[in-house]
Design a binder for this molecule. Structure first.
Ligand SMILES: [Zn+2]
Ligand SMILES: [Zn+2]
Length: 86
């Protein structure tokens, strides 16, 4: 346990040190991402700023427009192909 445990920063510190995050840090990380998703859902322009036609916009901004959906499925295909190749 460190003084930052139970925060998202604490979670990142565990990873920086190559440790498995403790329970309170894992919970903080989950809450952080849930909050991030809510913020993005409440801010449709976030996807515009990130740019459409990108898998990351689909995943991170929750954009479900046609170019973003296509890019996300292309990302999934590329990832599967890489896994097969290795
Ligand atoms: Zn911790
Ligand atoms: Zn989009």
């Amino acid at each position: 346990m460190t003084s930052t445990c139970g925060t998202y920063a604490g979670y990142q510190q565990h990873h920086a040190k190559g440790e498995k995050a403790c329970t309170s840090c894992t919970a903080a990380n989950t809450a952080y991402h849930a909050r991030l998703r809510q913020t993005r859902a409440a801010d449709p322009k976030a996807a515009d700023r990130a740019g459409h036609g990108k898998g990351s916009t689909y995943r991170n901004c929750g954009c479900r427009c046609q170019p973003c959906r296509l890019a996300n499925s292309a990302d999934g295909r590329a990832r599967r192909q890489k896994e097969r190749a290795s």
